[in-house]
Design a protein around this ligand. Structure first.
Ligand code: A3P
Length: 349
């Protein structure tokens, strides 16, 4: 087989059939979009209600390609979350646990590349401009660590059916929403006026936001984690803040990379906590001076990195409304959110 044939085989060079397929697929996509409910986010971007979640238009095709084409391996690890729930932190922790024996901590690629280039996103990165990305070459380290924001119900079947592992990070909705409001302003077109926090909260309470409804997303992964505890680990941002060491142990054990007594004695867990801390990641050159990561200005990935910041922004009326919504949505689920947090015994920030 020569290079052109190999390229054809892996779908790089479009054949006439591919081109036909491309036209059909574009038609199908346009048709699908016509049938879906559509809303504008508070920062002026289109959201389509697809398979029960609000999919941003910018990644819609990528989501469908990912669902259609991705084949999971038993060894894969998936980092899943809603935006602004601590994805960056969880990616850093997962990468550091799994690859801790590949290089000395101070030479970790985490320090030069950052978490988002080591645990790549399906919809914002790998499938964004390519329906069949070359995953073998895109995932340098093994096992493959990959990430997505799409809800559990919409994951490709091979992820659910394989022996791969899923780690989910959630965060209380008040802090998630405040974080999201600050973050999304960078995506607001110039002709769209900034929304007030109250306006944004109104949409959030109606649950119209990227990859929401919030509670459906969280409960989807929560229920799956209850049914398949060996497959899905459900973590909460606030718990990691309160005790990062015990959660690092839990995460490592779940992923099949438990810390040995020797490692514990030598402070490996503390080292990982430190290297992945907000203060350390924020100061990395790739985040301070990097241009864009998947369309995001890297310095906006790090704002305050603390629980309970909602106290500084939300009015009592909004808090009351959200508390009621939380109570109603989580009723009988067995899941609770921490709206306030104990200070960590030792801060690695
Ligand atoms: P704030 O906006 O409240 O500061 P995501 O990574 O899912 O986009 O989540 C972003 C939120 O996580 C932001 O919250 C960000 O500051 C915080 N964050 C990023 N890295 C962190 C880290 N290493 N430790 C704790 N929080 C972190």
């Amino acid at each position: 087989m020569d290079a052109t044939e190999i390229a054809k085989d892996i779908n790089i060079v479009p054949t006439p059939q591919d081109e036909d397929h491309e036209v059909n697929w574009e038609d199908e996509f346009q048709e699908l979009m016509q049938t879906l409910p559509k809303e504008k986010s508070w920062y002026g971007r289109d959201l389509y209600f697809y398979q029960g979640f609000w999919c941003p238009f910018s990644v819609f095709k990528a989501v469908i390609s990912f669902q259609k084409h991705f084949q999971a391996l038993d060894s894969d690890i998936f980092v899943t979350s809603l935006p602004k729930c601590g994805t960056t932190w969880l990616k850093a922790l997962t990468f550091s646990i799994v690859n801790r024996n590949q290089f000395a901590m101070e030479q970790s690629p985490l320090l030069s590349l950052g978490p988002h280039q080591l645990v790549r996103s399906f919809e914002y990165d790998l499938y964004l401009n390519n329906p069949c990305p070359d995953l073998e070459n895109s995932c340098v380290y093994q096992p493959r660590l990959l990430s997505t924001h799409i809800p559990y119900a919409s994951l490709p079947p091979s992820i659910k059916d394989s022996n791969s592992k899923i780690v989910y990070m959630c965060r209380n909705p008040m802090d998630t929403f405040v974080s999201l409001w600050f973050f999304t302003d960078q995506f607001r077109p110039e002709n769209v006026k900034p929304s007030s926090l109250d306006e944004a909260f109104d949409m959030l309470c109606q649950q119209i936001h990227a990859f929401g409804p919030f509670f459906d997303h969280v409960l989807g992964y929560w229920k799956a984690s209850q049914e398949k505890p060996n497959k899905i680990l459900f973590l909460q941002y606030e718990d990691l803040h309160e005790n990062i060491i015990s959660h690092l142990k839990k995460l490592a054990m779940f992923l099949g990379f438990p810390f040995s007594e020797e490692e514990e004695k030598h402070g490996v867990i503390e080292e990982i906590a430190k290297i992945c801390s907000f203060g350390n990641l924020k100061e990395l050159d790739v985040h301070k001076n990097g241009t864009h990561i998947s369309g995001i200005r890297p310095n906006t990935l790090f704002r305050k990195g603390k629980p309970e910041d909602w106290i500084n922004y939300l009015t009592p009326a909004v808090v009351e409304r959200l508390k009621k919504l939380i109570q109603h949505k989580l009723d009988k689920s067995g899941l609770t959110f921490k709206l306030s947090c104990k200070s960590p015994e030792q801060d690695y920030a």
